[in-house]
Design a protein around this ligand. Structure first.
Ligand code: GLN
Length: 633
């Protein structure tokens, strides 16, 4: 946390009482807000709005600050539950309603999005067309209200009040006294309404639009509501506590844009420079500030400056932005961290154990398979990095694996970039393997964007391990000389018997119990007594563990010539994993007691077996070491 606020004593931190003393622990953020509140309570500049008589009754000393996070936590201090009228903070929300009701094009044709640099009640209309310059000044807001659809005044009012209530997350109502007061004295707004009618921006009697505008401004809120309205915008239009959508996602950036450029009227430029958040003020004393993806701020303090913005509201937002590092244009950290790990098959392999001849292929050609484990939100920058590397790698690269396990979201632009990467890969005979993509949740447009001619160059795999194995098969098809037999003709060919004499093999042969299993059969179960070493003679088995959250994880796949269950001879105890036949399997089992007898009967055989088992263990350890090194690198 940076110490920007140190100069005025509002630096965050130091707000925690010592937990070991048993005293109440105050969140540092809560403590920070309390200090901020105390600091600005003394600020007595500005005056309450008096041009609407009812607003002149406001208490200039009232003061509340609320921060609401996008995951719905609310920090509040001061007068956060005192009701006041929302006033102009209704404008961006009703702009969202108009966008929903009429579409972007129609709304743009009658209301611009240019800041005016003039006061909120200026009569700034485009000279030729009479189009209000933006929806945040009164002219644009009245035009906006005229676009709300509904059958009759009541329905249109309900549409607007319901929308504002959805942002706040509770039913809101109109303060009739403020409404009457504003209607009775709103001559300037009425003039604006008739100007709009004159230019055909408002196409019917402007009175109903004016009435709706006065009513929406008179909706009663409190400071907590403001912060939740702001947090709903920060959260893509979904209320952070109740999860209800207040505005369609596609319109959120439009609403926030006009707030950022015009929300503080003729202070908008200063505001962006100093605070750097999308914001809106109201003459009732409210201010909201929005930092997309992070939080919403609501401040209530009715004393206004000459521009109609809350004096303390501006100061508080300025401090919060500086102290908590919230300026929206502060350069973000490069997105390199979206690639959690990058490695090649030189270091990391699938869990399938391979005979030496195959391992040599991976030692030699492993660099042709590159794996990117992605994480977080995948957008342009992270995708561009991966894409550039794959393109630059040229023909030397055969397979690129993209793992999505830790990806939280991939946007449409990145999805399209991946789909076009497939076309590039197809042109060079490369393959893209996408692992652990949660279907229905991400990449839903991928299929639509994909050129069907290149579809054969992309493969989806439910596990990273299976994706790696898929690439291994591809490398072996291209580079392996000899095909490895799937069955041994005798024990002499088994790896565990390397270096043993014929007589020893004959002896061992008599000790082995022969077993056959069908594909899918369970050979060893976790928790069984570990009482035999298995010599796999034909077929394939997988060693798997059941995961606590359901499903399985494969630890190894073994083929003819390999052994399993060796821990029985060394440690005894019970089995720690399941072994299942992937195909029809034949194997020989050497019981722990038969093995123990070898010490006296055939010591040389016993030593050989031990050496060969140790060799296998050493290989496993080497593989795991390489994997850790690759993942850390
Ligand atoms: N109802 C007020 C008006 O039109 C709203 C102005 C504001 O909050 N800035 O004058």
């Amino acid at each position: 946390m940076k110490k920007a606020g140190a100069a005025h004593g509002s630096c965050i931190g130091g707000g925690m009482t010592n937990p070991s003393s048993g005293a109440r622990v105050v969140s540092p953020i809560q403590a920070y807000l309390e200090r901020l509140h105390a600091q600005f309570s003394g600020l007595a500049e500005g005056a309450v709005a008096s041009y609407i008589p009812e607003l002149a009754k406001a208490d200039p000393g009232a003061f509340g600050i609320v921060i609401a996070t996008v995951d719905g936590h609310v920090y509040e201090v001061g007068a956060t539950r005192q009701a006041f009228t929302i006033q102009s903070i209704s404008k961006p929300l009703v702009y969202g309603v108009a966008l929903e009701d009429r579409g972007r094009e129609r709304v743009h044709s009658v209301i611009g999005v240019e800041p005016t640099g003039e006061a909120f009640n200026s009569i700034s209309l485009e000279p030729e067309t009479g189009r209000p310059l933006n929806p945040m000044i009164n002219a644009g807001a009245i035009a906006t209200s005229s676009l709300v659809t509904g059958d009759g005044r009541e329905e249109r009012l309900a549409r607007v009040v319901d929308a504002i209530s959805a942002y706040a997350g509770r039913p809101l109502a109109v303060d009739e006294a403020v409404f009457e007061s504003e209607r009775a004295t709103g001559h300037r707004n009425r003039a604006i309404g008739h100007m709009l009618r004159n230019y055909d921006i408002v196409t019917e009697d402007p009175e109903p639009a004016l009435e709706l505008y006065f009513k929406q401004c008179s909706v009663l809120v409190d400071c907590r509501d403001l912060a939740l309205i702001a947090a709903t915008l920060a959260n893509g239009g979904v209320h952070p506590i109740n999860g209800q959508r207040a505005v369609r996602e596609e319109f959120v950036s439009g609403v926030l844009s006009v707030m950022a450029t015009c929300g503080m009227y003729d202070f908008a430029g200063e505001w962006v420079y100093r605070v750097g958040m999308a914001a809106k003020s109201g003459v009732g004393g409210g201010v909201i500030a929005v930092l997309p993806g992070q939080l919403g701020i609501g401040v209530f303090s009715p004393a206004l400056d000459a521009r109609g913005n809350s004096v303390r509201g501006v100061k508080v937002c300025e401090s919060i932005s500086a102290d908590l590092g919230l300026h929206f244009l502060q350069p973000p950290r490069p997105l390199a961290s979206a690639v959690r790990a990058r490695y090649t098959m030189a270091g990391v392999r699938s869990k399938r154990r391979r005979p030496e001849s195959e391992r040599r292929v991976f030692d030699e050609h492993g660099e042709r398979v590159v794996v990117y484990e992605l994480q977080g939100d995948v957008r342009f920058a992270s995708t561009e990095r991966v894409l550039r590397e794959i393109i630059d790698a040229g023909d030397a690269l055969h397979f690129a694996v993209l793992d999505f396990k830790r990806v939280t979201h991939i946007d449409l632009a990145a999805t399209r970039m991946l789909a076009s990467l497939v076309a590039c890969c197809a042109a060079r005979g490369q393959h893209l393997v996408l692992t652990r993509v949660r279907r229905g949740e991400m990449l839903s447009e991928f299929g639509v964007e994909l050129d069907p001619r290149s579809a054969r160059c992309v493969s989806f795999q439910p596990q990273l391990d299976l994706g790696l194995e898929w690439c291994e098969r591809g490398l072996l098809e291209r580079y392996a000389q000899a095909h490895v037999a799937s069955a041994l003709s005798g024990l002499a060919e088994h790896r565990l018997c390397d270096g043993t004499s014929e007589a020893d093999i004959a002896h061992l042969d008599m000790q082995l119990e022969r077993w056959q299993f069908e594909a899918g059969a369970s050979i060893v179960r976790r928790g069984d007594a570990a009482d035999a070493l298995y010599f796999l003679m034909s077929g394939e088995v997988s060693v798997i563990v059941e995961l606590p959250q359901g499903g399985f994880k494969r630890l190894a796949t073994l083929s003819a010539g390999m052994g399993f269950g060796e821990s029985a001879l060394i440690a005894g105890g019970v089995r720690s994993a399941d072994v299942r036949a992937d195909t029809a399997v034949t194997c020989g089992a050497l019981s722990a007691s038969a093995f123990a007898r070898l010490e006296a009967e055939r010591p040389t055989l016993m030593i050989r077996l031990m050496q060969n088992l140790l060799q296998g263990t050493a290989e496993t350890a080497a593989r795991l070491t390489a994997e850790v090194a690759a993942l850390e690198g």
